[in-house]
Structure formats: C-alpha cells, structure tokens
Design a protein around this ligand. Structure first.
Ligand code: ARG
Length: 475
C-alpha cells in the first residue's frame, strides 16, 4: 500500500517502485514500528486528536497485528513500499478508515528513525550479551593455561617467554572494551526522535517526551531537524561492530597460525573445523579464517554508511534509506560468527609441552640477563650490551643463551654470578614479572579474577536492560 498519491496522476513506474521499495529488508522493523505507533496513538489521544474509544480500538488492533506478525500470519505484500505502509495496510484491513487515523502528527521520517533506533538498541544489547559469553570462554581458557609457558612474540619473532593464560586473557580485555563501548552507545543514544514529524516538529503530538518515556528513552531529542537527520548513532554502532570484527580477526589469525603443522600449538575440535573436498587428510581452521575474513564486510558497512552521510543536506533525504542494510548485515554477521568463535575457543586444546619447548628458544631469556645486571646497579646500556655479547657467544657455540655455563657467563661479565640461574628458566623469567599487568602466575591469576568479576557485572547490567526493554515492547 502507498502512503501518498493524492497529488499524482498515476502510480510510480515499475522501475521506480522496485528502486523505492525497502520492505524486503526493513520488515525487520515491524514489531518496533507497531510499538512506536502505539506510543504515538496515546500521544494523539492526549492531544485530543483521537478520542479515547478510537485510540483503544487502534491500540488493540496494533496488539493483534503484533501477534500476527510474530506468528507469520501477517506479512508484507507486493504492493507495500516499506514496513510503515505494510503496517498501516494491516491496520486498515482490521479497522477500515479508522486505521488511517494514527498517521496524524507524525511522518515516516521521524517514525523510521525511531523504529530503527529501537531495533538497534535491542540488537546491540543482544550482541553485548553474546560478547560476555565470549569473554567467559576466553577467561576459562586463560584459567586453564595459566600455568603453561609459551614463546611471546614481537615482530613475529621470539621475544620473551610468557604465561599462556596471559596470552589468552588479552582478548578478554579487548572484548570487555567493546562491551563498554556498547554501554556508552546506549547511554548517548537514549533520546527519541519521535515528534519531529517530517522535519519541523508536530502540532498534533504535543507531548513527545511522554512517548519517549513510554518507549524507554530518557527523553526526546531537542531539535526536530537534527532528529530526522542524525545517523551518528548508526555510524557509531557500525564502528563498534567493526572494532569487534577486528578483534575477532586477530583471534582468527592466531588460531589459524597456532594450528599449523609448523606451530602445532592448537588442536581444533573436529566439530569446529572443516575438511577438504580433495585432500582427505585436511583439517582446516575455517572458523578462525571466517572470523578474520568477516571483519572486511563489517568495516565495509561502516565506510559505506559514512560515505552516504558525507555532505548530505539536512532533514530527511531518501539517501537515508541506505542506513539500514549495512546495520542488518553487520548485526546478522556477528550473530553467526560469535557463537562459532565461542565454540572454537571452548573446544580448542593447546599442547603445553610443545609451547614450553619453544618458549626458551631464540635466546628468549636474554632480557633476563640484562635485567639481572640492572638489579645489581649496572647501567642498563651496559647490561644490554653484556647480554648481547652473551647471545653472540651462545650463537657461536650453537647454544641458547641460557645454556651457557656459569663460567662462560662470568667470562663475559664478572657480575653474572651463578644466582642468575633462577632467572634463566621459563618459570623463573615469567614469575619475576610481578607488575600488575605482568606475565607472572600471580599477576595473571589476579588479572583473570578481575576479568571474571568485570564480565559478571557487565552481564548483570545487560540482562537488566534487556528485561526492561522487553517489558517496554509488550503492548
Ligand atoms: N523507507 C524509508 C526509509 O527507510 C522511510 C522514510 C520515507 N520517507 C520519505 N519521506 N519518503 O528511510
């Protein structure tokens, strides 16, 4: 059904209808559209535009429509331009001309952005909750491997040994920041555009503040032109989704490389890997690769939206219809990739012996020699130089630096006394790094405990907000 036509001599050309039609994708907004319309009808009743009895009839018809949408009994048809026209058609089918009364005092311009904001609030909270499951899986894996040693890298070269729990736990911090960004987003974007009308506000909907509160917003936006034009909240959300994508891509890269024959650290579970159609022996880390690859489309969706917004005139322009598909795509991408990554993390096991064997290679304990001398009051430049000489000596003897004998070490520097031995082991080196962010077992244990508490607090907050939201949605 078209919501306009009076001033036209004919309907739109078929090609125009095809171009204009958004209902195939914006139907995802149906329940939010119904809910926003209920709040709007109450506003019209308060403004005496619709009588109490009519308002009741419209609201209960909207309630019925909501159930029919839910069970699939009502859906859009080929004549509906967008979700708003489909819902209005549904109402008119139930109520006759009264079904067209609720359109007074609002425009699709303020309606669509209000529907969309509610859709986004709902789904961004769901993503935040799924992220807490991911953090939980990472925390559990970190806990399990907090006594395992592995080589730590810089420039993809062996640098210093690290506690492997520490290596896993770093990802929890990244995703907790994403959850925090979502929490900021929710707070900043808790104002309703409804009541802005086409662009100039509404004379028939006198209390947009009440409608805003009814819809769970803190209040109504203060400038109607801004309200229908602003898509910062969309860009910000797409940025958050892109950063989540980047974080997933970095995990993906790690699991891919860790499961190679050369590394042989990670053993992926059969249920979380895939085979080859030609090479029977293959077990591929496709989930990790898809986690890495999907970040491309998440970033693409952000740049696409930003390009639509750049230089766009204010108030509503039809370009703004292009704001929705990137968001639907990003959300739906995360909805498929996150559970698979969570499963992969939960089921992957790591080869402790192999990682520990590699931990000391590449002269990974050279820094311990320099630190040992620095603790004895030797200027670090000299300590560094001395350790470098030890590396050179070890290299010339085809040894690792920690394999030099006490005599050989003392031959390089008299202060390299035998008590250095306690530092020249994997555990000695890692456990000496007891600073808060360090890789010692005690620091990592404390870190994981804090991660667990932070994640629990975040989860509680999201659960409460989601409960409030779903109560608001019921009519
Ligand atoms: N489908 C449109 C959108 O998503 C709804 C708003 C249409 N407004 C208009 N003035 N044509 O933006």
């Amino acid at each position: 059904m078209a919501l306009w036509g009076g001033r036209f001599s004919a309907g739109p050309a078929q090609s125009v209808a095809a171009l204009s039609r958004s209902v195939e994708f914006d139907w995802r907004l149906a329940q939010y559209d119904i809910r926003v319309n209920v709040a709007h009808v109450r506003g019209l009743e308060a403004g005496n535009v619709i009588g109490g009895a009519d308002s009741q009839k419209i609201i209960s018809a909207l309630g019925e429509l909501s159930q029919e949408v839910e069970c699939g009994k009502f859906t859009y048809n080929s004549s509906d331009e967008d979700v708003h026209s489909a819902i209005e058609r549904g109402l008119i089918e139930k109520l006759g001309p009264l079904g067209g009364a609720f359109r007074a005092g609002r425009s699709r311009n303020d309606l669509v952005v209000t529907d969309f904001k509610l859709y986004m609030i709902d789904h961004i909270m769901e993503i935040a909750q799924t992220l807490t499951l991911l953090v939980d899986a990472l925390n559990r894996s970190a806990e399990e491997y907090k006594d395992a040693l592995a080589p730590g890298f810089t420039h993809l070269q062996h640098a210093q040994p690290i506690n492997f729990g520490h290596e896993i736990a770093k990802h929890s911090h990244a995703f907790l920041r994403d959850i925090d960004r979502i929490s900021d987003w929710l707070e900043r974007n808790s104002f309703s555009p409804l009541g802005a009308g086409a662009l100039a506000g509404s004379g028939l909907q006198p209390h947009p503040e009440s409608a805003a509160k009814e819809l769970g917003f803190v209040g109504a936006l203060a400038n109607s032109i801004d309200a229908v034009s602003d898509r910062d909240f969309v860009a910000e959300a797409l940025f958050i989704f892109s950063v989540i994508g980047i974080h997933l891509s970095r995990i993906g890269e790690e699991f891919t490389i860790w499961s190679t024959t050369e590394f042989g650290w990670a053993k992926l579970d059969d249920a979380f890997s895939t085979g080859s159609s030609i090479m029977p022996q293959k077990k591929n880390p496709d989930i990790a690769e898809l986690a890495r690859g999907k970040s491309g489309r998440l970033i693409g969706n952000l740049t696409g939206l930003l390009t639509v917004l750049k230089g766009l005139p204010f108030a509503y322009n039809r370009d703004l219809q292009e704001d929705k598909e990137p968001v639907f795509d990003s959300i739906e991408t995360l909805q498929v990739i996150l559970p698979a990554v969570i499963g992969m993390i939960e089921t992957t096991t790591f080869d402790r012996e192999r990682m520990a064997r590699g931990a000391l290679t590449g002269h990974a304990l050279a820094t311990e020699i320099a630190d040992f001398l620095a603790r004895k009051g030797i200027p670090f430049s000299e300590a560094h130089e001395t350790s470098g000489k030890c590396v050179r000596l070890a290299d010339s003897l085809s040894l690792e630096v920690h394999e030099l004998t006490d005599e050989q070490l003392q031959g390089v520097h008299a202060q390299l006394t035998s008590d250095i031995r306690t530092l020249l082991t994997g555990l000695g080196a890692t456990n000496s790094r007891t600073s808060v962010s360090g890789t010692s077992q005690s620091s990592v244990s404390a870190q994981i405990s804090l991660l667990k508490v932070t994640n629990q607090v975040a989860l509680k907050k999201i659960e409460n907000a989601r409960e409030t939201f779903s109560r608001m949605m019921s009519i």
